[in-house]
Ligand binder design. Structure first.
Ligand SMILES: [Zn+2]
Length: 328
């Protein structure tokens, strides 16, 4: 087979012979090269020429550019798509199976010194950026601390596993949170919102104990780090958000827990409160009060990381009933 010397395609069966097909390159379709499958050249008039001389076709295409480059791209298209799909599937599998497994291992082998270091760094930066000293009278702090210690003593870490801190919340308003080493922070604003209802305050703290017991923050942090690693693997760059998560301890705070983690912490609150002889549904009542006082979107408050839906309060009541606590 011989091909013409300009943009008109002549197919001759022998050198110098009469062309058997003639066509304008622009209006001719040449099938992509796929292994040794014969090439199909379809002319504008519908006539079809097939040849196994793939090299000659490629050489001619390169020379006269139905554009070699575009052609190469077209040629690679199916493989490229397959590659992209494969990468996404792999990333999906890593996200689904490898990251959770690695997170569990990381949580298991993280020495207490590391969680303490993470927590003290986080609290320090929050103290500088957000908090002020608590304005709560010492006697009130002592009262809350005593009630808290009674409940904490019933948890699996025991009372020594926790360190309760009082702060003026400022921009984060009524809030409470736990750091992975058992450092707990409760704001004056939250205590004020509870309006003297000690069960509500202790119920919230028992919920935070739940997050610590089940290592939710640590898991969350490692998961975020794992995601950043995955993004880096694919994109070659973690991006600003990823860097924030990895380097700024305070980002730990903005990571809200999964719905499952929240439900788990709620259940632990119910159980600890019942064990301590306090109202097991206090955490649910607190959510109701938050909604009532702040509306559904309490911006930076406890509510923003703890959506207190009706189902959530129902689940709290149900769990209280299931462990045999008296529910009015
Ligand atoms: Zn929570």
């Amino acid at each position: 087979m011989l091909l013409g010397a300009d943009k008109t395609l002549y197919v001759r069966l022998a050198a110098g012979g009469d062309p058997v097909c003639v066509g304008d390159l622009a209006r001719t379709e040449i099938s992509a090269r796929v292994g040794r499958v014969p090439r199909r050249i379809t002319f504008a008039d519908g006539s079809l020429f097939e040849t196994v001389d793939n090299d000659a076709v490629d050489l001619w295409l390169k020379k006269h550019g139905k554009s070699g480059f575009v052609h190469e791209l077209e040629h690679f298209h199916p493989r490229l798509i397959a590659l992209v799909v494969a990468i996404f599937m792999l990333a999906g599998l890593i996200y689904r199976y490898a990251v959770p497994a690695l997170v569990e291992v990381a949580v298991l082998v993280t020495p207490p010194a590391v969680t303490q270091w993470m927590a003290s760094g986080t609290l320090l930066s929050l103290d500088q950026a957000v908090f002020d000293d608590s304005k709560l009278p010492d006697s009130r702090q002592a009262e809350i601390r005593e009630a808290f210690n009674e409940v904490a003593a019933l948890s699996s870490r025991g009372g020594d596993g926790y360190n309760l801190n009082f702060r003026l919340g400022g921009v984060i308003g009524p809030n409470a949170f736990a750091l992975p080493d058992g450092t707990l922070v409760i704001t004056d604003e939250l205590i004020e919102l509870a309006d003297g209802d000690m069960d509500m305050i202790i119920g919230v703290l028992a919920h935070e104990i739940g997050h610590v017991e089940r290592e939710h923050s640590l898991r969350q942090l490692y998961r975020a780090a794992g995601m950043a690693g995955l993004i880096m693997l694919i994109a070659g760059d973690v991006g600003a958000a990823g860097e924030d998560i990895l380097t700024n301890g305070a980002a730990l705070m903005s990571l809200s827990h999964s719905r499952d983690a929240e439900n788990e912490a709620d259940r632990i609150s119910v159980e600890l409160m019942a064990k301590a002889g306090r109202d097991p549904r206090a955490i649910g009542r607190f959510f109701a009060r938050l909604e009532e006082k702040l509306g559904l979107d309490g911006e930076s408050s406890f509510l923003s990381t703890h959506p207190g839906t009706t189902e959530r309060r129902q689940a709290i009541d149900d769990h209280a009933r299931s462990i045999g606590a008296a529910v009015p």
